[in-house]
Design a protein around this ligand. Structure first.
Ligand SMILES: [Zn+2]
Length: 189
């Protein structure tokens, strides 16, 4: 299937993204505009959008403590990034497609402000599977906490632990390192 030009551009971005700086606690990172993220986070999210054939715009990366109150501390470290949805014409169904591919790419994309149990500005809040040493503990908990973490069927909202996962059907956790869509594991366009 022929991909739109912007999708091919995403793939080029993925292969050319570099970590150009290093945080003493959370490790290496690079930039997309002003947003900081490590290469795994960048590439996993990029691949999920590529596979779902949706345009990608990051709205927030990591090392961003205190910038967005609603995020608590989840953007303090790395292994986390937000992307735009409604603002660039991505519907709920299209976002769910991205989220589902994200599960195969080692990133859990929480749908926020898109009809689920929260009233945030519409976006996807992406948290990397397994990459504990690169992120703030609150971010890691969004996937792994008992009851309110994604792995336990939760919505990843520490302030609203009763909220359940709202999105396409969950899949078993896989890391980007082990993803079948990681080019390092032989995946080709
Ligand atoms: Zn976020």
């Amino acid at each position: 299937m022929k991909k739109p030009i912007w999708v091919q551009g995403q793939l080029n971005d993925m292969f050319s993204f570099r970590e150009t700086a290093k945080h003493s606690e959370y490790g290496g990172y690079g930039y997309v505009g002003n947003s900081r993220m490590n290469k795994a986070t960048h590439d996993a999210i990029m691949m999920a959008y590529y596979l779902a054939e949706q345009p990608l715009e990051f709205s927030q990366g990591g090392l961003n403590n205190g910038v967005e109150g609603a995020s608590a501390k989840t953007h303090d470290g790395l292994g986390v990034a937000d992307t735009r949805t409604t603002a660039i014409g991505i519907s709920k169904d299209e976002a769910f497609r991205v989220i589902s591919f994200g599960m195969d790419c080692g990133v859990i994309l929480f749908a926020r402000g898109m009809g689920g149990p929260d009233s945030m500005v519409p976006h996807l809040h992406g948290v990397m599977v397994g990459m504990r040493s690169t992120m703030h503990p609150d971010t890691y908990d969004q996937i792994y906490a008992n009851d309110w973490g994604y792995a336990d069927g939760g919505g990843g909202l520490e302030g609203r632990k009763s909220a359940r996962w709202w999105g396409p059907p969950r899949k078993p956790l896989v890391t980007w390192e082990n993803s079948k869509y990681n080019p390092k594991n032989g995946w080709k366009p």
